[in-house]
Design a protein around this ligand. Structure first.
Ligand code: ADP
Ligand code: MG
Length: 256
């Protein structure tokens, strides 16, 4: 049974078919690159898997459990976390708080424990802070722990989102163009971190990325979509397939 399984997913907006019969499956420890031209439906697919959009057809399963059309918080609870193409942070919370919200468990979430077991709650809180700080450190933004998220640059907000995802207990990560807008000095570190998440921490990773070279380097499998799946396979096989160029024909944004 695959960790993540998408079958027959379709979605229309008004009369426009953004996705048709999309299928893919992914195991723990692997990275699936999803590529396609602008408007191909990549973000729509991520939104469907993460529960932000309901598909018209098809199913999404995690470890065999059907989560199709479930609300985002329920999808998150079942072990899928994501980042957004345009960052989505809580502007009036600090960097540290933005990370800590992705660990909504423990005794402290029950308010009466704050009165009944104050020391235990305080200990748990301290540990959660330390974990969140460690995740901020992994993306090089510990100095933003006390800053309001709205004061961070676009790239820093995206790194903050990434730290929030790392801080969750999800075992599936959905990354919608995580490198776009990131300071060039930090890109290699972020790439290495994504690979380490899959290879050392056994996460299943979907990587939507504009830069074909980056996708081919990082992924175990690649799926090319343009509203439907045009091609899928290993990076090597997909790179050599003449249909790859065809996927980007007629659009001007490919950065091959
Ligand atoms: N909420 C929406 N309402 C209407 N059209 C949408 C909506 N979301 C996406 N689309 C359309 O669906 C198509 C696919 O968009 P998107 O998934 O963002 O593509 P990609 O991420 O591959 O660039 C685009 O034509 C886009 O305009
Ligand atoms: Mg997109």
């Amino acid at each position: 049974m695959a960790t993540l399984e998408v079958q027959g997913v379709g979605k229309s907006f008004g009369g426009y078919t953004a996705l048709e019969d999309i299928g893919l499956s992914l195991d723990a420890g692997s990275i699936m690159g999803v590529i396609g031209p602008n408007g191909a439906g990549k973000s729509t697919l991520i939104n469907i898997i993460s529960g932000f959009l309901k598909p018209d057809t098809g199913t999404v399963k995690i470890n065999g459990k059907d989560i199709t059309g479930k609300a985002p918080y329920r999808v998150f609870k079942s072990g899928i976390a994501r980042t957004f193409q345009d960052s989505q942070v809580f502007g009036y919370m600090t960097g540290l708080e933005n990370v800590m919200v992705s660990a909504p468990w423990g005794i402290g979430v029950q308010e009466y424990n704050v009165l009944a077991r104050p020391f235990a709650v305080a200990r748990e809180e301290k540990q959660k802070r330390e974990e969140a700080m460690a995740h901020l450190a992994q993306v090089n933004i510990t100095d933003k722990a006390r800053s309001m998220a709205q004061a961070l640059s676009y790239g820093q907000q995206k790194l903050l989102e990434f730290a929030r995802m790392l801080n969750s207990r999800a075992n599936v990560f959905l990354l919608d163009e995580p490198m776009a807008g990131i300071h060039p000095d930090l890109v290699d570190g972020l790439k290495a971190l994504i690979v380490a998440m899959a290879k050392e921490h056994n996460k299943a990773v979907i990587l939507v990325e504009h830069n074909l070279k980056v996708v081919m380097e990082m992924s175990d499998y690649v799926t090319v979509i343009r509203n439907s799946v045009l091609l899928s396979g290993t990076p090597d096989a997909v790179s050599k397939d003449e249909r790859l160029a065809g996927a980007f024909l007629g659009v001007t944004d490919a950065t091959a």
